[in-house]
Design a protein around this ligand. Structure first.
Ligand code: HXC
Ligand code: NAP
Length: 293
């Protein structure tokens, strides 16, 4: 057994139809691949139809599963409704929404134009509530139960982070929505959960957050206590579990998968990590000495 291996039983998602926003690239593509191998039908959507179609063709061939590629800008509610209609026409129903689409780039906040702030918040927060609202209305109106929404947030949804302020504001909003609706919509049989990943290298994120040789200068892995980046299969395993019926009693949860990264910065004395055993001998001597004075 290894953490890069698929975790769930084959057919764990059989019969489910899953919409993944931003499913054509990065983590969305990895989740799509795994959900297909577990027997789900997957609808992938984003702004670039060509990218989506290429991913759909590749993954259908690889897994033998069914993928529908739908162009949809999640900022636009009418487009989201159309995506839902296409899903219903093709698969007859929908069971799971994964709010994965995002926009982000690194920048000092005072350099942002109002439009730059808007564009991130609109993709992440408005996009997530547009999709959640459209799907929720559909499920509730048709009295359909055993449904799930999973949102991909980040750990700075609760810590905040310098230089990605619009993204931090928006992800915090998505987390608040998740926890609020977990209670409000539980009576309709809709579960709401989130995943907060640490660094999982993708082209989309890395090119915008640590571009060029900043990758070496600010090696994100160095701030992870486990000293490695996440593997896409690890995140896909967790996501598959959280949208499957195995997690039927998990509702309103945000599961962090970051190798301990966010806590590394939080603990007062975590910076003592690089003290050598010899130095610890010295520290002990000094501290014991202080006690006896
Ligand atoms: C300052 C910038 C900028 C930059 C764009 N803008 N890039 N301002 N610094 N680097 C400004 C523009 O000048 C413009 O404002 C406004 O933002 C909108 O830019 P457009 O290029 O017109 O927008 P658009 O074509 O819609 O592109 C959206 C985008 C782009 C968000 C800017 O990066 C994108 O398409 N991203 C999608 C994928 C993505 O971001 N993936 C990464 C997710 S990673 P003005 O006023 O000049 O018109 C993630 C990980 C989190 O979330 C945690 C990691 C550990
Ligand atoms: P990515 O490959 O850039 O994925 C983002 C996706 O969002 C793209 O497929 C993009 O497709 C889509 N998108 C952007 N704007 C959209 C819009 N208006 N409407 C519809 N789709 C839109 O980056 P990623 O790293 O895989 O990120 C996936 C998720 O994980 C995001 O929510 C991100 O915040 C989260 N996350 C990632 C990391 C990490 O280390 N990678 C860490 C924490 C959280 P189009 O351009 O075709 O629209």
């Amino acid at each position: 057994m290894h953490y890069t291996e698929p975790m769930l039983k084959p057919e764990a998602l059989k019969g489910k139809t899953i919409i993944i926003t931003g499913g054509g690239t990065g983590l969305g593509k990895s989740m799509t691949r795994y959900f297909l191998t577990l027997g789900a039908n997957v609808v992938i959507s984003s702004r670039k139809l060509e990218v989506l179609q290429k991913t759909a063709d590749e993954l259908q061939q690889e897994t033998g599963g069914k993928v529908l590629a739908v162009q949809c800008d999640v900022r636009n509610y009418l487009e989201v409704e159309k995506m839902l209609e296409s899903t219903l026409q093709t698969f007859g129903g929908v069971d799971v929404l994964v709010n994965n689409a995002a926009g982000n780039f690194i920048s000092p906040t005072e350099r942002l134009s109002p439009k730059a702030f808007d564009v991130i918040v609109d993709i992440v927060l408005r996009g997530s509530y547009n999709c959640t609202l459209a799907l929720g209305k559909h499920w509730i109106k048709n009295k359909q139960t055993n449904k799930a929404v999973l949102s991909i947030v980040t750990t700075y949804a609760w810590t905040g982070s310098a230089y990605v302020v619009p993204s931090a504001c928006a992800k915090a909003g998505v987390l608040a929505m998740t926890r609020s609706l977990a209670v409000e919509w539980a009576k309709y049989g809709i579960r709401m959960n989130a995943i907060a990943p640490g660094p999982f290298p993708t082209k989309g994120a890395w090119d915008r957050l640590v571009p060029g040789n900043f990758k070496e200068r600010f090696d994100l892995v160095k701030q992870v206590p486990l000293r490695r980046a996440g593997e896409h299969q690890e995140l896909s395993n967790l996501a598959a579990y959280l949208v499957s019926d195995y997690s039927s009693y998990i509702n309103g949860e945000v599961v962090t998968i970051d190798g301990g990264e966010w806590l590394q910065g939080a603990g007062e004395f975590n910076l003592f990590d690089d003290v050598t055993p010899e130095e610890w001998d010295l520290v002990e001597k000094m501290v014991r000495g202080a006690k006896s004075e």
